[in-house]
Write a protein that binds this ligand. Structure first.
Ligand code: G3P
Length: 214
């Protein structure tokens, strides 16, 4: 499974990249708004740090506007992925961009039917937002299961990129289902390695080692 970090914060990206397990980055306008630098500058910096796919989101909601923004964003670096909202105009943009060899990420996906359509349009990634479904008392993880089942029934190349991840269990359950990618905040990456018994055990080993130095 690939690990992406879901942030526009350069320090977090550098820290996560230094661990050695980071495969890519996803950003969105809300994440960019938390930072001080302009969005394109942030994306340029991110692409220098991470060689894997870096998602950059368009703001336009019409086909022509999306294509124009995509044209500018792809100039930033070869690893830019154009993040497109999953609406009818977005579907057209995904089809055109993927036909022209541009990587795309269909965002704001909340249903299997949306996922089926973006796969048919040739999206590189589909981003189901599981945390936001959980927030409204629907099962986010069921959506991942359904999308993986549908994609596995055919030969779609679209990778399932689990988004809106809130905690380690979202990552573990995605891995058990077989999702291709999980994008997560930096705090979730750090939570994945933590276990209280590891900390207790380590403390005891260190204390015993000191006792053994007679
Ligand atoms: O990748 C999409 C993600 O950023 C959305 O997460 O926490 O705003 O629902 P959240």
């Amino acid at each position: 499974m690939k690990f992406f970090i879901d942030t526009a914060n350069i320090d977090e990206i550098k820290d996560a990249a230094s661990i050695g397990i980071l495969d890519g980055v996803t950003t969105n306008p809300s994440l960019a708004a938390k930072e001080t630098a302009p969005y394109k500058e942030i994306l340029t910096e991110i692409c220098k740090i991470v060689p894997g796919p870096v998602s950059a989101e368009v703001i336009a909601t019409d086909y022509d506007g999306m294509m124009k923004e995509a044209e500018e964003l792809v100039k930033i670096a070869d690893n830019i992925v154009i993040k497109i909202p999953t609406i009818l105009e977005g579907l057209k943009a995904i089809k055109s961009l993927s036909t022209n060899g541009v990587m795309t990420n269909a965002t704001l996906v909340f249903s299997p039917s949306q996922a089926l359509l973006v796969a048919k349009a040739g999206a590189t990634f589909v981003s189901p937002f599981i945390g936001r479904l959980d927030d409204i008392s629907q099962h986010g993880m069921e959506l991942i299961d359904n999308i993986c089942t549908i994609y596995n029934n055919y030969t779609y190349q679209t990778e399932v990129l689990v988004a809106s991840v809130r905690h380690p269990m979202h990552v573990i359950e995605s891995a058990m289902i077989g999702a291709d990618v999980v994008t997560m905040p930096y705090n979730v990456i750090k939570q994945l390695i933590k276990h209280p018994l590891t900390d207790i055990g380590l403390e005891k080993f260190i204390a015993d080692y000191k006792k053994a130095q007679k």
